[in-house]
Design a binder for this molecule. Structure first.
Ligand code: CP
Length: 342
């Protein structure tokens, strides 16, 4: 892994596979043990900085850090000095005084995680836990992991429809990229007003009706993010949206699986009957989130330590080669001098 995880594009397909193997083989079963803790990050400091509401992401990052034995500090904007006018930059500089190893940031503005990465103390890692309509890379990782648990590790050729408010969804943005990296075919299903302009450039087919679900293996539901609709009227009425886009058991056929990043809006994008059925993987996604975030925290530290060690070793061998070249040149000069003197 790189120094920071800001976008799912920071990982290649091979790196995604490798991080998810770490989650699968090193951390998934930890929750089933009596003592659910390992010393992996003992002595490390993790700061979870949440400027937006969260249940799944904040609890799983907190628990992941604690189960890895790190010292975990949770900062919520509504109870921090942000309310007294402190800027994000000053908050990050302030928290840098504690020499954190990892800062996990959720923020309502696109690019906030990249901004934090610019001001974070040297050596610390930044993990984007959702930046406005931007990205949510660990959600994409846990969704890929959940699909692998259900369909096997090779997801190439799996067909998925992402349904709902794609325009305002960082989860959709990360998953369109992440699913395609894994070789999956992605279809987007939404009213035209809730699809981003130029959506075809994302490499995904755009459709406007639930008839598009007939030939997919996976239905990935999204809630309508009314808190991001600002003053624009994206939907003629919620009732009409429900009648045209709510997915229920009657829409499922042939072993199709339903995923949802949560929070679900029961009775809006998902029927209560489907929410209460065993046809979805929503709780498996939450369980996967813990193991995957443990793997991300562990790998982001050890991979960059290994890269730094490799760089130092390469530096040593370059220095060694330069020294050897220097000795050889000095030797030649000496011989030359001896000959000149002779
Ligand atoms: N999926 C997700 O990001 O949920 P939270 O907003 O509860 O963290």
């Amino acid at each position: 892994m790189k120094q920071h995880l800001l976008s799912i594009n920071d990982l290649s397909r091979e790196e995604i596979g490798s991080v998810l193997d770490t989650a699968r083989f090193d951390f998934l079963d930890l929750s089933k043990r009596e003592i659910k803790k390992v010393p992996t990050l003992r002595g490390r400091t993790v700061i979870n900085l949440f400027y937006e509401k969260s249940t799944r992401t904040s609890t799983s990052f907190e628990l992941a850090g604690k189960r890895l034995s790190a010292d975990v500090i949770n900062v919520k904007a509504d109870s921090s000095a942000t309310g007294k006018g402190e800027s994000l930059k000053d908050t990050v500089l302030t928290l840098g005084a504690y020499r954190p190893d990892i800062i996990v940031i959720r923020h309502p503005h696109v690019g906030a995680a990249a901004f934090v990465a610019r001001y974070v103390v040297a050596g610390a890692h930044v993990i984007n836990a959702g930046d406005g309509k931007g990205e949510h890379p660990t959600q994409s990782l846990l969704d890929i992991f959940s699909l692998q648990q259900e369909f096997g590790e090779d997801l190439a050729g799996l067909r998925v429809a992402i349904v709902g408010d794609i325009l305002h969804s960082r989860v959709a943005r990360s998953n369109i990229i992440g699913f395609q990296k894994m070789g999956m075919e992605v279809k987007l299903v939404a009213p035209p007003a809730l699809l981003p302009r130029g959506v075809e450039a994302l490499g995904a087919e755009a459709r406007h009706g639930l008839d598009a679900l007939a030939d997919v293996d996976v239905i990935y539901l999204l809630r309508t993010q009314s808190e991001r609709h600002e003053r624009a009227n994206y939907l003629p009425s919620l009732r009409e949206y429900i009648s045209r886009y709510q997915v229920g058991l009657r829409h499922l056929s042939g072993g199709q699986k339903v995923l949802h990043p949560g929070p679900i809006n029961r009775g809006v994008e998902i029927s209560a009957e489907l929410a209460d059925s065993g046809e979805h993987l929503i709780l498996q996604q939450v369980e996967a989130g813990l193991a995957v975030r443990m793997a991300v925290m562990y790998r982001i530290i050890v991979d960059s330590a290994a890269a730094a060690a490799d760089e130092a070793a390469a530096g040593d061998s370059r220095a060694g080669a330069r020294a050897a070249e220097g000795e050889e040149a000095a030797g030649k000069a000496k011989i030359k001098n001896i000959r000149a003197v002779g």
